[in-house]
Ligand binder design. Structure first.
Ligand SMILES: [Zn+2]
Length: 480
C-alpha cells in the first residue's frame, strides 16, 4: 500500500507472484554496486543456476571474479562503471551442477544428464551448439525470478555451475559457465551493447557485400571519406596493413590504440573488408577496445552516466524523484514478437527517474506513440539473435554460431504519466528493422516513416482495446 492508501500495481503483482510455487530452495538479492537510481542506469542482474546450498560461496566468488573484480575493474567498463548497477541474485538450486548434453560428431544428441536446478539450463560444451542451451522452462523461470526480484534489470547474466568454457549471448542476455574469463564477456558485450563487428577472420574469404553497417568495419579505402578517418593520423598510410602493420612499423606504434586501415575482419574475410587497428578486443578478446570501438560503446553508455539529464525529473533533483508515487515513475512493458505478431506480456510500474536513450542504431528498434506523440523509442541490440561465443584459443579465432529464435521478448519503458488515462485506440507500438544510418537526431515523423533511416517494418500493435491487454497494464491505463 502506498502512503496515500492506494494500492500500487507493484504491490498487486508482487503478491500475485509470491503465491506461485518456485523451483528453487531460496532466493536472495545483493546489490554489488549501485551507481544511481535503478531506472537511470544499466542494471545488470546476475543469476546462478546449479548452485546448491553448499555452492553459494563459490557462486559469489565466481561473480566477483568475473564482474566486480574482472570486467568492471578493467579499462572501458571500469571507466564507465557509473553507467551501471550490478545486482547479484542467489537462487539456491536443489542439486549442484547444471544438466549436461553431449552431441556426437554428426550433431545428434547422444547423452543427456538432467539436474534439478533453479533454471534447468544445460551445458553442452559444443561450439556448433552454442555451448549452452536452455531447458524447456529456463526462460520462463528466469523471467519470473527477475520480474519479482530485480524488476528494473536491463542486462541478464546467467552463470552456470559447470567448469566448461564458451558461452552464449544475445538480446540483453549472456549465459556463461565458470571456465571463461572477463575478456570473453567484454568481447561479447561489444557485440551486444555496441553493435560491434568481429575484427578477426578465421578463413581466407573475400568480402563481396555492401558497406558494413557496424562502426568498426568498412570496405572504404579512401582516407577522406573513411568513417573513422578522423582517428587516422596524417602520416599513417591508408591502407595500413593486413594481419599486422606493413613494415616498417613506426616506433611507438600501439597495435590496439593507433588507428589505421587493416585488411581482414568480419569473422571470415581476409580480404575486401577493413578494421581500424592491428588488434582490438573485437579481434582477440584480451586487448582493450580500439578507439573506434570504444567510441561506439561510449555512445551507448553516455546517456546513463551520472550527469546526463534524467527523464521524469523536472527539477533535476534525483533525491526528490525517488520517493514513491510522485508521478516520475515509468512503466516497464515486456513485449513479445511471435510469428509476426506483437503482444504485451507484462507491465510493471517502477520508480523513476529513468533514462530512455532515444538512440537508434542498426538492427531492431521500437517506438511507442500515442497519437502524434512519441512516448518511447529505443534500439534493441542483438534482439532476435542468440550467438555462441567465439572461440579464441591457441588455434586462433573461430567464428560465432548464430541462432535466430522464432520468438523473442523485448522491453519498452514509458513514463507512467504518458500512459495513465491514455486513449488506447491512439496507442501504437512499432517494431522495425533499421538497416543503415544512425538516428541520433530523429525527426518527429514515426520511425517507420523516417526517410533518414533504412527502415523495414517488422510488426505493429495498434487499435488496442482494454481486453487486448494483460491485467497489469489495464490497471495502469485505467486506474480505479
Ligand atoms: Zn575495434
Amino acid at each position: 500500500m502506498r502512503a496515500d492508501g492506494t494500492s500500487s500495481l507493484r504491490d498487486w503483482l508482487r503478491s500475485d507472484l509470491s503465491a506461485s510455487e518456485v523451483p528453487w530452495l531460496a532466493a536472495s538479492v545483493t546489490t554489488l554496486f549501485q551507481s544511481g537510481p535503478p531506472g537511470s542506469r544499466i542494471t545488470v542482474a546476475v543469476v546462478g543456476d546449479g548452485f546448491g546450498p553448499q555452492d553459494q560461496d563459490a557462486y559469489n566468488t565466481a561473480v566477483d571474479t568475473l564482474l566486480t573484480n574482472g570486467l568492471f575493474a578493467q579499462d572501458f567498463f571500469e571507466a564507465n562503471k557509473a553507467a551501471f548497477n550490478i545486482v547479484r541474485v542467489n537462487l539456491v538450486s536443489l542439486e549442484s551442477g547444471v544438466g549436461t548434453k553431449t552431441y556426437g560428431t554428426d550433431g545428434n544428441l547422444i547423452r543427456q544428464d538432467d539436474r534439478d536446478t533453479a533454471l534447468g539450463a544445460y551445458y553442452n560444451g559444443d561450439w556448433a551448439h552454442l555451448w549452452i542451451e536452455d531447458g524447456p522452462s529456463t526462460a520462463g523461470r528466469l523471467a519470473s525470478a527477475l520480474s519479482e526480484l530485480v524488476p528494473e534489470h536491463q542486462l541478464k547474466l546467467v552463470v552456470l555451475n559447470n567448469p566448461g568454457r564458451g558461452g552464449r549471448g544475445g538480446n540483453w542476455r549472456a549465459t556463461v559457465p565458470l571456465g571463461i574469463g572477463w575478456p570473453t564477456l567484454a568481447h561479447e558485450f561489444g557485440h551486444a551493447m555496441g553493435r560491434l563487428g568481429d575484427e578477426y577472420h578465421d578463413r581466407d574469404e573475400t568480402y563481396g557485400d555492401t558497406e558494413p553497417t557496424v562502426p568498426n568495419l568498412t570496405t572504404n579505402t579512401d582516407r577522406a571519406t573513411l568513417k573513422w578517418g578522423r582517428s587516422v593520423r596524417a602520416e599513417t598510410l591508408v591502407p595500413t596493413g593486413g594481419d599486422d602493420y606493413t613494415p616498417p612499423k613506426p616506433s611507438g606504434w600501439d597495435d590496439s590504440q593507433d588507428v589505421g586501415l587493416f585488411e581482414g575482419g568480419g569473422g571470415s574475410y581476409r580480404f575486401g573488408v577493413y578494421r581500424p587497428v592491428v588488434n582490438c578486443r573485437m579481434r582477440k578478446n584480451n586487448p582493450e577496445f580500439c578507439p573506434v570501438c570504444a567510441k561506439a560503446m561510449t555512445e551507448v553508455v553516455a546517456p546513463y552516466l551520472a550527469n546526463a539529464p534524467l527523464i521524469g525529473v523536472g527539477s533535476g533533483d534525483t533525491t526528490a524523484a525517488l520517493s514513491e508515487g510522485d508521478g516520475t515513475g515509468y512503466v516497464r512493458l515486456v513485449v513479445r514478437l511471435e510469428q509476426g505478431v506483437l503482444r504485451v506480456l507484462e507491465a510493471r510500474e517502477l520508480d523513476g527517474p529513468f533514462v530512455e536513450t532515444g538512440l537508434v542504431t542498426q538492427g531492431f528498434a521500437h517506438e511507442v506513440r500515442i497519437g502524434d506523440r512519441r512516448v518511447a523509442l529505443g534500439s534493441l541490440p542483438d534482439a532476435g539473435v542468440s550467438r555462441g561465443f567465439s572461440e579464441i584459443g591457441t588455434d586462433g579465432p573461430r567464428e560465432h554460431v548464430v541462432h535466430r529464435p522464432d520468438a523473442f521478448d523485448f522491453v519498452v519503458r514509458v513514463a507512467s504519466a504518458e500512459l495513465r488515462g491514455a486513449d488506447l485506440s491512439e496507442l501504437t507500438v512499432d517494431l522495425v528493422s533499421v538497416g543503415a544510418g544512425r538516428g541520433d537526431a530523429l525527426g518527429e515523423v514515426p520511425l517507420r516513416e523516417d526517410p533518414a533511416l533504412d527502415v523495414t517494418p517488422i510488426a505493429s500493435l495498434a487499435d488496442l482495446s482494454v481486453a487486448d491487454l494483460p491485467m497489469s497494464l489495464r490497471r495502469i491505463v485505467e486506474p480505479e
